[in-house]
Unconditional design. Structure first.
Length: 184
């Protein structure tokens, strides 16, 4: 009994068809995996903006108006932090033993202090954005990236200047938000 044949020099027996079927199935699985799990799902940041410039321009308007609730809303809030940010940070690993309550309280307290100082030093001034850049590293945490040491090139009462008015920005799914007011 013969279990494989050839046609034009190629095997045509059961082994050939099994290999072809398995190869096609493997390619289908790879394609499905790329479509389903290739990129991390964006986290829902609210409010968020389509560009880093858009969030900074909104921030500068709120700063000029001394609008504390608007400024606070532009930074990552407690629910966003606990639900979406914290689980992706290395400090959240069980073996580290860092409680999210402690981290959030510390972050919120530092944010409030830096926001108060920001309002004291720059509140009421009209700044026009020229450019946004980052002097620090950008870290990819999967569903989001943190861009550190935000620098703003602005035109203001003293002319053109570069200011560090807040710390970091978070980007997820092409949307932007201020991560923290803490300038470090």
């Amino acid at each position: 009994m013969r279990d494989s044949r050839t046609r034009a020099g190629r095997p045509t027996g059961p082994g050939f068809f099994v290999r072809r079927l398995c190869g096609a199935a493997a390619l289908s699985l790879i394609a499905a995996g790329a479509a389903c799990g290739g990129a991390p799902v964006a986290i829902p940041l609210e409010p968020s903006f389509p560009t880093r410039d858009a969030v900074v321009e909104t921030f500068l308007k709120a700063l000029a108006a001394r609008d504390v609730p608007a400024l606070q809303s532009l930074a990552v809030g407690e629910t966003e932090f606990r639900k979406y940010i914290w689980p992706s940070l290395p400090a959240s690993a069980e073996q580290v033993g860092m409680p999210d309550d402690y981290v959030w309280r510390d972050t919120a307290m530092r944010n409030a202090g830096f926001l108060a100082q920001l309002l004291s030093d720059h509140g009421g001034f009209e700044y026009r954005l020229v450019a946004v850049s980052f002097a620090g590293d950008t870290t990819d945490y999967g569903p989001f990236r943190v861009h550190r040491k935000t620098s703003l090139d602005v035109r203001g009462p003293a002319g053109a200047e570069t200011l560090r008015l807040f710390g970091s920005m978070v980007e997820s799914g092409g949307r932007w938000k201020i991560y923290s007011f803490v300038v470090d």
